[in-house]
Design a protein around this ligand. Structure first.
Ligand code: HEC
Ligand code: HEC
Length: 370
């Protein structure tokens, strides 16, 4: 349904005004300066972007500040992304990656107007005001596509279940939003200024179609938006208040391995665990007993006692957001604040205990999620 929406809005937004010839070769680097600094939406979007997004996508939105978050301003990306794709990508996030749902309906910090402002800022930064037509390829053959994907794409994009260093193409939310035309456009023209090269000169149109068919074969039902924003009761801040303090062996005096934290929990030792991601991620899936203190709003750290209790913060990216919270704790004089070394995605992979509504549609009537 979202794909249909996307195609419809692409068709109406562009009116077929521009053809799908190779984009003019312009220098991606020369396009950074904002030209619409007077537009109030762009100004508001810049502020929101700086607060919520720059940590990973970088101050210029060119990506790669943390966890290989992609560029949000490359020309081909903005040309083939309509505002529905952009808005839903921000609202719903990419479950299973460091990209959280930022929409308020999912427990994130951004309302629809905020997301519109961020998109206005990105379009201004990238200097692509409107998407252009990105026609779908002819039907391809997924088996032939698989044979091409393995040598040409897998080293960066991973496979159906594992993210590589680049955007995870098998992510169900991504595939629900991205049209075949979007996929084709990225493969043919690449993403100038990023490691994604243009394959136009290396493979022919049939091979591109086969690759698109193969990537499309990964489509799976995407998580659905809940009818009302999910909520969860706040549990106690200090876990096992009567337990002993764990003795962690730290890396670089700052990072504590996940295995040691899992063991401390199993032994009912005294500690505080902080989820530094947006609360939408915390609601969906968190380390058992973790409290939510998003990296962009650390005022709620006030409720963490400064009495020598060990505090461990984590995120998905896997150090950046947690590092911000730990630095704030250290600045406030907490003596023992550490970063969970491998991050929460690793924690989950190990089968260590998590709580939350899970990746599927959160049940708005579930109440307790602990
Ligand atoms: C903690 C790191 C992090 C933060 C903060 C973050 N993102 Fe992301 N974002 C990512 C990663 C990683 C991906 C790629 C996910 C994947 O592997 O598919 C991504 C993907 C995206 C995409 C899809 C891009 C594409 O090429 O498909 C959009 C759009 C996006 N982010 C926008 C935002 C906006 C806007 C914000 C702020 C409101 C934001 N992100 C905050 C890490 C982050
Ligand atoms: C050298 C690493 C590398 C290889 C090889 C590679 N890609 Fe990419 N690809 C990337 C990166 C990095 C991005 C994100 C670029 C950005 O916008 O920051 C990307 C982006 C994409 C996107 C757009 C995703 C989005 O949400 O914006 C698609 C589709 C894609 N690649 C498909 C492929 C296919 C199919 C192949 C094989 C023919 C391939 N790539 C080979 C690194 C690679």
């Amino acid at each position: 349904m979202s794909r249909l929406l996307l195609l419809v809005s692409l068709a109406t937004a562009c009116g077929g005004a521009r053809s799908d010839g190779p984009p003019a070769r312009r220098d991606a680097g020369a396009r950074a300066a904002p030209t619409d600094a007077g537009d109030p939406r762009v100004v508001a979007g810049a502020t929101l972007y700086g607060k919520y997004c720059a940590l990973c996508h970088g101050p210029e939105a060119k990506g790669y500040a943390a966890d290989n978050a992609p560029s949000l301003v490359s020309r081909t990306f903005l040309e083939s992304s309509d505002d529905t794709f952009l808005a839903r990508s921000v609202e719903l996030g990419r479950p299973g990656t460091a990209m959280a749902p930022y929409g308020r309906d999912l427990g994130g910090p951004l309302g629809d107007g905020d997301i519109t402002a961020v998109i206005a800022f990105l379009r201004d930064r990238g200097d692509v005001r409107e998407p252009i037509a990105a026609p779908a390829p002819l039907p391809g053959d997924p088996t032939r596509g698989q044979a091409l994907y393995a040598p040409l794409c897998q080293s960066c994009h991973g496979d159906a279940t594992t993210r590589g260093t680049a955007v995870h193409l098998a992510n169900p939310t991504f595939l629900a939003l991205a049209s075949d035309g979007f996929l084709r456009y990225a493969i043919v023209f690449g993403r100038p200024g990023t490691p994604m090269e243009a394959f136009a000169d290396r493979i022919d149109g049939n091979q591109v179609a086969d690759l698109v068919a193969y990537v499309r074969s990964w489509s799976a039902p995407a998580p659905v938006k809940p009818a009302t924003p999910p909520t969860a009761p706040d549990g106690p801040v200090v876990l096992n208040p009567k337990g002993r303090s764990p003795s962690f062996t730290l890396r670089d005096g700052r990072f504590v391995p996940a295995a040691q934290v899992a063991q401390a929990l199993a032994k009912k030792q005294r500690l505080v665990i902080i989820d530094a991601r947006p609360p939408s991620d915390w609601l969906r899936e968190r380390i058992v007993g973790a409290i939510s203190v998003p990296h962009y709003d650390t005022t709620t750290l006030d409720r963490v006692p400064n009495d020598g209790t060990i505090v461990v913060a984590y995120c998905a990216c896997p150090h950046h957001a947690s590092g911000v919270v730990v630095d704030e704790l250290l600045r406030r004089g907490y003596p023992k604040a550490y970063v969970l070394d491998e991050g929460v995605l690793f924690w989950k992979k190990q089968g260590y205990p998590v709580a939350g509504t899970g990746g599927a549609a959160p049940d708005p009537h579930a109440g307790h999620t602990h």
